[in-house]
Design a protein around this ligand. Structure first.
Ligand code: MRU
Length: 358
């Protein structure tokens, strides 16, 4: 399946070339494909905050490259680059709060710079570290796709109707996707009748990004309003809800795009299995439960306006963009280190003690 997934690869959203970061503007898709070039850490932080790049692993990869850009500028300035670089760590860390991949990637960069030996070139080392974060995410996607497909097949070998939320594909990662990687793999293995994609209000990652990625590869996809999920589960024979994650805590609670929690509750009621697919860089063993996860709240105008045009009444809007699904609603967490069924603290600790495969 690895070769077939690689052969089907079409979309890329992050590119590092000649010391510059290039990002595909995800706010404009699918109507326009516009790339921007970045040369500073602060500009990359703004791109993350403004959702030009989004999705937990993609945010982490971009932040790592952003740090390389910051380091280059600090070295050019002369003086104490280590002290000066702290401002770049801060600006990147303050871009978005929920996806732990951002902080994980910045930590990887910090640790690499702390391991420099006399005579090492800091810029070359940082660039290699960022590239390795990028490449290992892609590898992790491939491994997770295989594990996820095995899990689907274990329960049922026929083509199935799957439901997904938000965008967890090539646009959100360094490779093929987490949940969408599993879905792509399942399609290649003849296990997909139809993928139902939640539109994912208010940023419409489902309508604009997931539907675009899947349709572009010939995966049968049908769009639905987020609020159609219960009806879909009742009437369309959905067998699995498959989603990604922005942060998974030590007990197996999962923060993901707002609306994921209600899907898990609905899935439990309808006897639909619930799979979370995320690399181990999304697992935060420092937080005990999902109650400790900072949940990003974005500006109300994202709910009140479409394309800058107000359509709602003159009221305040509450716009949390993630929610937390409790571990006991989850059938399986699929990572590149392995699969945890019916997650709990002991199983997550055992998983995380395994060596990272990539
Ligand atoms: O606000 P976004 O678009 O960054 O949110 C993305 C999600 O919630 C994804 O499901 C998650 O990051 C996993 S992406 C592989």
């Amino acid at each position: 399946m690895r070769e077939r997934l690689l052969a089907a690869e079409k979309v890329k959203a992050i590119e590092w070339k000649d010391g510059q970061l290039h990002l595909l503007d995800q706010r404009k898709l699918p109507l326009e494909e516009i790339w921007h070039t970045y040369e500073s850490a602060a500009a990359v932080a703004t791109a993350i905050r403004e959702m030009i790049v989004r999705g937990a692993p993609a945010i982490g990869i971009s932040a790592a490259y952003g740090l390389v850009l910051g380091l280059k500028a600090r070295l050019d300035e002369g003086g104490d680059w280590r002290a000066a670089l702290e401002a770049d760590f801060d600006v990147l860390a303050n871009s978005r709060p929920t996806a732990v991949n951002l902080f994980w990637a910045l930590n990887q960069m910090r640790e690499r710079l702390e391991r420099l030996k006399p005579g090492d070139d800091p810029l070359a080392a940082a660039e290699a570290q960022a590239a390795s974060i990028h490449a290992s995410d892609r590898e992790a996607n491939l491994t997770m796709a295989q594990f996820g497909v095995d899990l689907i097949r274990k329960h049922q070998g026929n083509p199935q109707n799957l439901l997904t939320h938000c965008n967890t594909g090539a646009l959100a990662t360094g490779g093929f996707g987490t949940a969408l990687g599993v879905i792509r793999g399942a399609h290649l293995e003849g296990l997909v009748e139809c993928v139902y994609a939640d539109e994912t209000r208010p940023w419409l990652q489902g309508s604009r990004l997931t539907a675009w990625e899947l349709a572009g590869e010939g995966v049968p996809v049908t769009l639905n309003a987020d609020s159609a999920a219960a009806h879909l589960m009742k009437t369309r024979g959905i067998t699995w809800v498959i989603v990604g994650a922005d942060r998974i805590t030590a007990n197996g609670d999962v923060a993901n795009k707002i609306g994921t929690y209600q899907l898990a509750v609905l899935a439990m009621h309808h006897g639909v299995r619930f799979m979370v697919v995320a690399p181990s860089s999304t697992i935060d063993m420092d937080l005990e439960t999902g109650d400790d996860i900072p949940i990003e709240e974005r500006a109300g105008h994202e709910l009140l306006e479409v394309n800058g045009q107000r359509f709602a009444a003159d009221v305040e809007a509450f716009n949390p963009v993630f929610d937390v699904t409790p571990a006991d609603l989850i059938d399986a967490i699929v990572t590149e280190k392995g699969v945890v069924e019916r997650p709990n603290a002991a199983k997550l600790a055992a998983l995380m003690s395994r060596k990272r495969l990539h």
